[in-house]
Design a protein around this ligand. Sequence first.
Ligand SMILES: Cc1cc2nc3c(=O)[nH]c(=O)nc-3n(C[C@H](O)[C@H](O)[C@H](O)COP(=O)(O)OP(=O)(O)OC[C@H]3O[C@@H](n4cnc5c(N)ncnc54)[C@H](O)[C@@H]3O)c2cc1C
Length: 364
Amino acid sequence: MDVDIAVIGGGPAGATAARLIGRAKRETILIERNLQNEKPCGGGVLSKAFSEFNIPPSLIKKKVESIRIVSPQGNAQDIALDETFLAIVHRQEFDAALRNAAADEGAGIVEGTFTDIHTGGKLTTLTIKTAQGETSIRARHVIAADGVNSAVLKRMLGRFPRRVYTAHEIHKGGLAVDRCEFRFNSVTPPGFYSWIFPHKDGVSVGTGSERTGEVDPFLDGLVSALKLSPNVRRRGYFIPVWDGSLYYKNGVYFVGDAAGMALPFTYEGIYYAMRSAEFAVAALLEGTPALYKKLWQSAYKKRYLVMRALQRYFLKNDDRMEKLVSLYGHARIKEASVRLWCRDDMKINLVGGFSALIKKYAGA
Ligand SMILES: Cc1cc2nc3c(=O)[nH]c(=O)nc-3n(C[C@H](O)[C@H](O)[C@H](O)COP(=O)(O)OP(=O)(O)OC[C@H]3O[C@@H](n4cnc5c(N)ncnc54)[C@H](O)[C@@H]3O)c2cc1C
C-alpha cells in the first residue's frame, strides 16, 4: 500500500498529528497497535488543551483547581490555579476520542504494530503486523509518535530516549482527593517526587526514578503511609527525560514521548505531545523539516531549560526541597509559577521573570 503520510502510534501525539493532516486534506493513515490501549498515566492535562485543540469538555472526569506541595518536614503549600485548572482525563477514552476526531477529518485508522522501517529512497517502507498478517506500507512522509518505547527510534538509531521509570496504582475508595498533591522528600526517589492525583475511579498514587529498581520500594512506602490497600494492581511505564536533540531524522518526524518531549520536573507529556505534533505537521505541510525544531524551540525551549534547571537544583536533597516548598509562601512566586506552568504568554518574558524571582528569594 502507498500512502502520502503514515503516522505510527495513536496516543495524543499521533492522533493530533493525523487529525491536523486530515484537516489539511492530505492523505494519512494512523497505525496504532492497540485501539483499546489504556496508557498508564495520571491523566492530568492543562485545561487550555481543550480549547486549543477543540477537545470536547465531556472528556474531563475531574477538574483540579489547586495543587498541594509537601516538603520533607511535612510543610505544605497550596497553590490555587486561579483562572485555569488541571483536567483529569481517562486515557483510554481520551486517546480514543482524539483518534475518532482524526478519523472525522479523513485519517485512516489501522490497528497494527510497526516492526521495521527502511528509509533512504523517495518512499519510506514500513513493516506492520496486523491480525491478518504482515504488510508493507510505503509512505512519502512518516511521523513517529509511538511513545517512550519508540520502536521506530530503536530501529533507526538503536536506542530509546533517556527515561525515568514510573509506577502508579489506582485506589478505588479509601482516600478522597480533589487536588493534585506532590510530595518531595527523602522517602521519594532522589530527583523525583511522589504524586497523589484524583482519578476517574478514585485516586492515582505513584512515583518514579531513573533507577528502575528503586521505584517499587518507594511506592510501597507511600501506599503504606497513606494507609491504602497493599493489594492493588501496580502499573509501571517509562517517561522520557527531555534533552532537546530529536526532531527530524532521515525523512521521519519524531513527536511526543518518542522525541522525549515531556516537560522536565513535572513530567507532563500529554499537552506537549500534542503541541509537538502540531509543530511537526506545520513543518511537514510546508515541506520544511527544519521548521519543526524552530517552532518548538521558539515556543518551549526557554521553559524546558528553566524547568530542568529547577529540577536539578531543588530536587538534589531534602534541604533544597524544603527551600523549594517554603518559596511558595511568597505570593509572587506562586503567581509567577502558575503563569510559567500554564500560560504561553512569552511577551512578558515569563521565563526570565520567573528565574529572576527564584534567584531573589532563594539565592539559587
Ligand atoms: C505513570 C505515568 C503517569 C503520567 N502522568 C501524566 C499526567 O498526569 N499528565 C501528563 O501530561 N503526562 C503524564 N504522563 C506522561 C504521558 O503519559 C505521556 O507523555 C504522553 O502519553 C505522551 O503521548 P504520546 O502520544 O507521545 O505517547 P503515548 O501516549 O505513549 O502513545 C503512543 C502510542 O503508540 C502506540 N504504539 C507504541 N508502539 C507501537 C508500535 N510499535 N506500533 C504501533 N503503535 C505503537 C501505543 O499503543 C500508544 O497508543 C505520565 C506517564 C506515566 C508513565
